[in-house]
Ligand binder design. Structure first.
Ligand code: ATP
Length: 260
């Protein structure tokens, strides 16, 4: 007999239990357990191929896990997808946008998918375009956007319905430093007001400065998770990451690449 998901609610904004995903012979995610406290700014880091995107995709209802569960504020993402997705703002990696729409149309369309009133959509669209410095490109097709502009319009789409939990897969990749600082301000304000942010990144420095919690993933598993201070244990997050993950070659490169 299935137990209602809400019985398992422990106050976490996001609770992943035993998540697994295999692609043929490749085990992408190998039993990930993660508890993201409500109101936290949670970083997910790990080397290339660690399983970050696969984990976040399963956590947000984009990719069905082979096994395990994902609860958002106690709602099972896979049993009650509509209720869960109303609470999630998701910036996914590699997901196609409707890029034959202009930026403004795309945000508006996303707001309509969430059944927001037209006047609310119009007001929020204006705010988001301004905050993300996209006002000048609002009327341009998303297909003609640069990589950074595309990232920012996807972020606007993730925020339009005022979610409780925002899950962002590498949100700062390709984004210029001014826009990145503006996005950080928006996310920090969101967390201060009680929202939860989960962000994957390869920038240890950024995660250490911006997040209050972090999980280090490698080979589809969580190596360590906790507050930034717990995880780094007196060292920098980068040093701790390199210690745990390994793989440094300490090489000056091949002979043929040297100029002298
Ligand atoms: N659609 C897919 N088909 C086959 N294998 C996949 C697929 N998606 C991911 N993988 C494999 O799953 C593993 C985890 O990939 P994933 O994209 O989750 O890693 P990641 O931590 O996000 O990496 P990166 O930092 O490079 O973005 C990798 O070995 C990858 O090759």
């Amino acid at each position: 007999m299935s137990t209602p998901a809400s019985h398992e609610f422990d106050g976490a904004a996001l609770h992943l239990t035993g998540l697994r995903k295999r692609y043929g012979a490749t085990v992408a995610v190998d039993g990930v357990d993660l508890r993201v406290p409500s109101g936290s700014f949670y970083g997910v880091v790990g080397p290339n191929g660690a399983g970050k995107t696969t984990t976040l995709s399963m956590a947000t209802g984009l990719l069905r896990p082979d096994s395990g569960s994902a609860l958002v504020h106690g709602i099972d993402v896979w049993r009650e997808p509509l209720a869960a997705k109303r609470m999630i703002g998701n910036l996914a990696d590699g997901v196609e946008l409707f890029d034959r729409l202009t930026g403004e149309q795309l945000i508006t369309y996303t707001g309509m998918l969430f059944s927001l009133p037209r006047e609310v959509i119009a007001e929020r669209t204006r705010d988001l375009l301004q905050l993300l410095d996209l006002e000048g490109s609002a009327g341009i097709l998303v297909a003609d956007y640069s990589a950074g502009m595309t990232k920012k319009i996807a972020l606007a789409c993730a925020l339009i319905h005022s979610p409780r939990v925002v899950v962002l897969d590498e949100p700062f990749e390709s984004v210029d430093p001014v826009s990145a600082a503006n996005i950080r301000d928006i996310l920090e304000g969101f967390v201060r007001s009680g929202g939860t942010v989960v962000v994957s990144s390869h920038s240890m420095d950024l995660v250490q400065r911006m997040c209050d919690h972090v999980a280090i993933l490698a080979r589809g598993r969580v190596l360590v998770a906790g507050t930034i201070d717990e995880v780094r244990g007196g060292a920098s997050l980068e040093d701790r990451f390199l210690d745990l993950v390994g793989g440094r070659r300490h090489s000056e490169g091949p002979e043929w690449l040297r100029r002298s």
